[in-house]
Every structure is written in structure tokens, then in C-alpha cells.
Design a binder for this molecule. Structure first.
Ligand SMILES: CC(C)(COP(=O)(O)OP(=O)(O)OC[C@H]1O[C@@H](n2cnc3c(N)ncnc32)[C@H](O)[C@@H]1OP(=O)(O)O)[C@@H](O)C(=O)NCCC(=O)NCCS
Length: 179
């Protein structure tokens, strides 16, 4: 079964598996922030305990065959998460998702992380499509996908429910790197 690397490094970041003990840091960095979570699949956390459960589950994913793998992103030289990136492996496809703490936006960090993982998917013969989607109102995320080497394919109409924006599925920009 295809397994991504448990750790990877870029020029300015190191990525490692999530830990339950990251909860307090992650809560403060982005998980409780309505702005950072606005377009995501989940509402901001208001307590640390359920976030610790969530991180524990993401840690355990690494020993399961579910195809979902998440990393915590730390600034190089630290072990302190500032964001997270994850991939879901589904047959010939790899779907990416990511979030970064607001304090670190706009410095190219997420582009750097996604680019490193696209280098990995590029090297996997069974992966033909590495892709991601974001809300039509989230141009920074679309820009990350394009800068990292994905190509904008179009709009997935009514694709994703962002619970912070209402109950209805929203239109999403879809980008992919295909071979
Ligand atoms: C989306 C996100 C991950 C970007 O991370 P980042 O490290 O700040 O991204 P980068 O610095 O690599 O690149 C951001 C790009 O978006 C651009 N950008 C930022 N805000 C923008 C806006 N409102 N409109 C258009 N472009 C915008 C930046 O200028 C930059 O492009 P440039 O290098 O050409 O100038 C971060 O903003 C975030 O975590 N947002 C909240 C969570 C989220 O929405 N995740 C994605 C879900 S699909």
C-alpha cells in the first residue's frame, strides 16, 4: 500500500505526524480562529479536549489503511506547529487540504509545503492526479495551488459545505496536477 513519508522538510519548514499534545498550540495557532477556518470543513474549536481527540485520530491514521495522512508544519528549527497539510490517497488520485495560522500567512509557506508533497506524488507511478479544491471566495488558496504547480481546471458547482458560511454546498475552484 502506498504510504507517504512520515516526515519531510523544505527550505523553511519541517513536517511531522500530528500528536495529541499539539492541541494547545494548534488551538491558538489556527483551530480556534474564525478567519483561518472560514472556508474549511469544520467550525472553529472552542475547547481544547475535542481538538486533542481529533489530533490523536490523525496520528492514528498513520497506522491504518484509510488513505488519509496529515502532517503538522513547523518552522524549521522548532517543533511547534504553525499549520497543517494533509493528503487523501484514493486509487490514482491524491487530494490535498491545508491550513496555516494567520500570523504566518503571505510568506509562501503553504506553497512550499504543497510543492514538496507534489514532488512526492510526482514520483509515485500509481498517482495520476494530485488535486485540491477551495471555495470560490478563497483566492489565496487557489493561488497556492497554482504557485505549487497545479493547473486551474474550473469550478465544481455546489461541491463543498463550509459550515461557517451556511448549510448549502458552495461552488469551489478545482486545481490539479495531472500526468
Ligand atoms: C490559504 C493559505 C493556506 C495560504 O497560505 P500562505 O502560506 O499564506 O500562502 P502563500 O504565501 O504561499 O501564497 C498566498 C498567495 O495568495 C495571494 N493572496 C492572498 N490573499 C489574496 C486575495 N485576497 N486575493 C488574491 N490573492 C491573494 C498572495 O498574494 C500569495 O500569492 P503571491 O505569492 O502571488 O503574491 C492560508 O491563507 C490559510 O491557511 N487560509 C485559511 C485556511 C484555508 O483557507 N485553507 C485552504 C482551504 S482550501
Amino acid at each position: 500500500m502506498l504510504m507517504p513519508p512520515e516526515t519531510f522538510a523544505t527550505a523553511r519548514l519541517t513536517a511531522r505526524k500530528p500528536r495529541r499534545e499539539d492541541a494547545t498550540t494548534v488551538f491558538t495557532a489556527y483551530a480556534s480562529d474564525p478567519e483561518a477556518t472560514r472556508y474549511l470543513t469544520w467550525k472553529p474549536y472552542t475547547e481544547i479536549a475535542p481538538l486533542a481527540e481529533y489530533l490523536q485520530a490523525r496520528a492514528e491514521d498513520w497506522s491504518k489503511a484509510g488513505g488519509l495522512y496529515a502532517w503538522m508544519l513547523c518552522l524549521k528549527g522548532t517543533d511547534v506547529p504553525v499549520g497543517s497539510i494533509g493528503v487523501t490517497l484514493e486509487g490514482n488520485r491524491a487530494l490535498f487540504g491545508y491550513v496555516l495560522g494567520r500570523a504566518h500567512w503571505g510568506r509562501g509557506y503553504m506553497t512550499e509545503a504543497l510543492r514538496a508533497l507534489l514532488d512526492w506524488t510526482d514520483a509515485q507511478p500509481e498517482i495520476y492526479r494530485a488535486w485540491a479544491f477551495c471555495d470560490v471566495d478563497n483566492p489565496a488558496s487557489a493561488r497556492v495551488m497554482e504557485k505549487a504547480g497545479m493547473v486551474r481546471e474550473g469550478i465544481l458547482r455546489r461541491w463543498h459545505i463550509a459550515p461557517n458560511l451556511g448549510p448549502e454546498p458552495r461552488d469551489c475552484i478545482v486545481c490539479a496536477r495531472v500526468r
